[in-house]
Ligand binder design. Structure first.
Ligand code: SF4
Ligand code: SF4
Length: 108
């Protein structure tokens, strides 16, 4: 499922020549509509759910739906990056939430 951008959180990475989500996407799928300064995925069918854009967003504005084959509609998985850890919040179709926190690869 393609990324869903929360328009209340996204500010288009104001002030940057290239937004963090554009920079992170290996498929060059993310873009910013500069008339409203909001990100969007320009080719949702080509998104392969790698979550690079989701992790890169400094405002936690991107949510990735879990593909329905794995979690059905409404199940979500959100990463929250901090200096040495990544925290994954997983919500199932009934709204139950589980949180998993790991040290990231940069942590020595
Ligand atoms: S990285 Fe986040 S805040 Fe920046 S343009 Fe993308 S969605 Fe918006
Ligand atoms: S999930 Fe991966 S492939 Fe899809 S738009 Fe984000 S960075 Fe690009």
């Amino acid at each position: 499922m393609p990324p869903r951008i929360n328009p209340d959180k996204c500010n288009g990475c104001e002030g940057l020549a290239e937004s963090k989500c554009e920079e992170a996407c290996p498929g060059d799928l993310m873009a910013v509509d500069e008339t409203v300064m909001k990100a969007y995925c320009r080719s949702t069918n080509d998104c392969w759910d790698c979550m690079s854009c989701t992790k890169a967003c400094p405002r936690n504005a991107i949510e990735q739906r879990i593909p329905y084959q794995l979690g059905y509609h409404k199940a979500t998985l959100k990463p929250f990056m901090s200096k040495n850890t990544i925290t994954w919040k997983c919500k199932d179709i009934y709204g139950n939430e589980k949180v998993y926190k790991y040290r990231n690869r940069m942590d020595k």
